[in-house]
Design a protein around this ligand. Structure first.
Ligand SMILES: [Zn+2]
Length: 60
């Protein structure tokens, strides 16, 4: 399995948009810029944001 390093470059969170959802998410995203994750193949690294991982998986 190929290892891949993922660095959080930017975290975008739009509270105005979150408020418009019927069921607002308390923790939309906990990523902090500068955080580094190591992905082992297509296994999501522990603690990595689900939507970020989904977006990256779609690119592969
Ligand atoms: Zn996120």
């Amino acid at each position: 399995m190929k290892k891949c390093r993922i660095t959080v470059m930017k975290m975008a969170r739009y509270d105005d948009l979150i408020e418009k959802y019927e069921n607002p998410i308390a923790h939309a995203c906990d990523m902090q810029p500068g955080r580094i994750f190591i992905a082992n193949g297509w296994q999501k690294p522990e603690g990595l944001c689900d939507s970020a991982w989904e977006s990256m998986s779609a690119l592969g």
